[in-house]
Structures are given as structure tokens and as C-alpha cells.
Design a protein around this ligand. Sequence first.
Ligand SMILES: [Zn+2]
Length: 137
Amino acid sequence: MSDFRFSLVLPKPIIEEILKRASSSPIEICGFLLGRENKVSEVVFVKNGLDSPVEFEMEPEEMLKALEYAEGKGLEVVGIFHSHISCPPTPSGKDLRGMNLWPVVWLIVNSSGEYGAWKLENGKVVGVEVRIVNRGS
Ligand SMILES: [Zn+2]
């Protein structure tokens, strides 16, 4: 029994790709998890416009392109992901402000291969269960 109230269904190749890029990037990486409801079917990487190892902001033009791509394919933004370098995959103060602006699931990974997912519920951060599935299941 888990006490998670929310879950994120994430295909294995997608989390592997995100972790691989996070582990080899000197700056935080970020992007969108696209799909329907809580099921991710595609990942779109967006350039970190801050080019920073301690914070991120999606580069506006690439972000817009990613959102247009999602709309064109009839996909929703299920989640936002970004990486932390050598820090736990938990939301920072700045992440919390971002979570207020983008009230979807936030997947945070780190350069050591750890990950966690979070969302705001009534202004409080709650953990989201990450269910890794094989593609198509
Ligand atoms: Zn962060």
C-alpha cells in the first residue's frame, strides 16, 4: 500500500533518456512530459534559457514550439521535468514558485539517477508516485 494520492505513468525509455541526459549535462535540463491524463507518451526537451547548474527557465521560443507541437498532436502537458545537479530531487523555493504557475506534476531528477515527482495540492507540495512502465503497457 502506498500513500500516494496521485501517480505519474512514465514509460521506461523516457525516464532513462531524461536520466541519461541529466547525468551528462553540466547545467540543469528541462522540458515537458506530454500525454493524456497521468500517462506520459512523449518527452520534449527544452533548452534551459538560464544555462545554469542551479536553476532553470525554459527558453521561451523553444517552450512555445513544444507547446504548439503538443497541441498539434492533441497531447496535454502531463508534467514538467528538470534536473538538479548533485542535489536531492526535491522542489527548491524557486521550483515552488514555478509549480504555482504550472500546476501540473513536476518530475525532478538528479545527476546521480535519483528522481521524484511532486505536485501542489491546496498550496502544499505532495509526493506523486512514479510508475515506470514498459512502452505500450
Ligand atoms: Zn529545481
